[in-house]
Design a protein around this ligand. Structure first.
Ligand code: PHB
Length: 396
C-alpha cells in the first residue's frame, strides 16, 4: 500500500513540477512518506472524555519519543464514533478506505469495536484497541493485525469477587449497562464471587446509554443485599454514584465495581464516590517513579489529571513506537512488525506488562478505594492476570 501511494504521488508531483517549474518531487515524496494514524474514538456522548484521554495519551507517548514513528513523520486522522455500534463498520471504513490509514487506533465501546474488528480482519490494517474490552476481539475473532493495550471486560471483575467475599459480603446484586462490556464484566464477577462462596441474588441492567436509575435503585433497596457490584463508565458512572448516594443507599449497602466506575469522574461524583471499592489494572496512587513521571507530564501537557484511559492510550503510543522502531518505519514488513508487537514489554504507568498470545495485556489488577478525589491502592487483587484467549488460533 505504502509503495503504491508513493509511486502515485510521485507521479502527481512530477506533473506539478513540470507545470510550475518548481522542484516539488522531494517535498511531495516526504509528505507521502508519512505514517497515517487514524483515531476512531468517541468525542461526543457518555464516553467523550474517555476518547479525549486516549488521544492525549497516544500523542504524549509518541511526542516523548521525538514525535515520529520509526523515523517517519505522522499524519493524523480522526473520526468521532459516538459510541454508536450501528455506525461501527462505516466509521472504520472512513479511516481505512477513505483516509487510507496505516494504523487504526480505536475504540472505547465494545459494540463499536466489533465493527472495527470486521474491517481490520477484512483489510488487514494494523488495529490497536486502546480500551474496548470485547472478549471476541482477542478470543474467537482474534487476528494477527489486532493488538489490545487495555483489558478484556472480565479481567478487572475476575479480581473483584474474592476481596468482596473476604470483607464479609455474601449476597450481592449486580447492575450494569446492558451490552457486551457489562455482560462480560458480569461473567468475571459471577465467576470470582461464586467461586469465593458468595451468591449473586439479582442481575439488574438498563440499555446503554440510558441513565434513569431510579426504578433500579428502588429495587436494590428492597432486595437489601450485603453489597452492590457494577459496571458503569464515563458520564454514566458519575451519575450512578450520585443517584446511589441520593437514594440513601451509600451508607447502607456498600458499592463496589469494575474500576472504570471511579475513573476520570471523581471530581464530578464528589462525596458520592468516597469509599467506593473497585478493581482495575491501574491506580492514580501507584507509588512508582514511572507513574509519578507520567502523571506530572500529562497534567503539565493537558491541564488534566490522567486516568486509566490516558494510560491505555499512552501504552498504545508506546507499543506503536516500539513496533515501528523495530522495523525502521517499514509498516509493510508485517511479519517482523507483528513479532515486535507480540514480544514487546510495555513500561507502563500501571506497571510493566506483556502481550498474551491472543494479543491482550497480561497485567496486575489492583484493589482500590476512592478517597478524597483519588483512587488509592489497597492491594494487588490479582498478579499477572491473563485473559483465557479462548478460541483464538494465533500461533505462539
Ligand atoms: C467497553 O465498552 O468495552 C468499555 C467501555 C468503557 C469502559 C470499559 C469498557 O470504561
Amino acid at each position: 500500500m505504502t509503495t503504491r501511494r508513493l509511486v502515485l504521488s510521485r507521479g502527481a508531483a512530477l506533473v506539478g513540477a513540470a507545470s510550475t517549474g518548481l522542484l516539488l518531487p522531494q517535498i511531495v515524496r516526504a509528505q507521502s512518506n508519512k505514517i497515517r494514524v487514524g483515531f476512531m474514538l468517541p468525542y461526543t456522548g457518555t464516553y467523550a472524555a474517555l476518547g479525549v484521554a486516549i488521544e492525549n495519551g497516544v500523542r504524549m507517548a509518541i511526542s516523548e519519543k521525538g514525535g515520529k514513528l520509526g523515523g517517519r513523520e505522522i499524519e493524523w486522522f480522526k473520526v468521532d464514533d459516538e459510541s454508536e455500534p450501528s455506525k461501527g463498520v462505516e466509521n472504520a471504513n472512513r479511516l481505512v478506505q477513505r483516509d487510507k490509514v496505516d494504523v487504526l487506533i480505536g475504540t472505547v465501546h465494545s459494540g463499536v469495536q466489533m465493527g472495527i474488528q470486521r474491517v481490520a480482519r477484512e483489510s488487514g490494517v494494523l488495529s490497536i484497541i486502546p480500551n474496548a474490552g470485547a472478549h471476541a476481539a482477542t478470543r474467537a475473532l482474534c487476528a494477527p493485525n489486532v493488538f489490545r493495550t487495555s483489558f478484556t471486560n472480565s479481567q478487572p471483575t475476575l479480581a473483584l469477587g474474592k476481596p468482596m467475599f473476604d470483607k464479609g459480603i455474601r449476597k450481592a446484586v449486580w447492575i450494569t449497562h446492558k451490552y457486551a462490556a457489562g455482560d462480560e464484566a458480569f461473567e468475571g464477577f459471577r465467576e470470582s464471587f461464586t467461586k469465593a462462596g458468595g451468591t449473586v441474588v439479582k442481575e439488574l441492567g438498563l440499555p446503554f446509554p440510558q441513565v434513569e436509575f431510579q426504578a433500579l435503585l428502588t429495587e436494590i433497596a428492597s432486595l437489601r443485599p450485603d453489597a452492590v457490584a457494577c459496571f458503569f463508565a464515563g458520564g454514566a458512572a458519575a451519575k450512578f454514584m450520585k443517584d446511589y448516594a441520593a437514594a440513601g443507599l451509600k451508607d447502607k449497602i456498600p458499592l463496589w465495581g469494575s474500576g472504570f466506575l471511579t475513573e476520570g469522574v471523581l471530581d464530578a461524583a464528589g462525596p458520592a464516590a468516597e469509599g467506593v471499592m473497585t478493581a482495575l489494572h491501574y491506580s492514580d496512587s501507584l507509588d512508582t517513579p514511572r507513574n509519578k513521571q507520567f502523571r506530572t507530564a500529562y497534567a503539565t501537557n493537558f491541564k488534566l489529571q490522567p486516568d486509566v484511559y490516558a494510560v491505555q492510550g499512552y501504552d498504545a503510543g508506546q507499543l506503536l513506537a516500539q513496533g515501528l522502531a523495530a522495523v525502521k518505519g517499514d509498516i509493510g514488513s508485517k511479519e517482523a512488525l507483528y513479532k515486535a508487537l507480540e514480544s514487546a514489554t510495555i513500561d507502563s504507568p500501571r506497571g510493566k506488562w506483556t502481550m498474551s498470545k491472543a494479543h491482550n495485556p497480561v497485567q496486575d489488577i489492583y484493589l482500590r478505594r476512592a478517597e478524597k478525589g483519588e483512587n488509592k491502592v489497597v492491594g494487588v487483587a490479582a498478579k499477572a492476570l491473563s485473559d483465557s484467549g479462548a478460541g483464538c488460533k494465533l500461533a505462539a
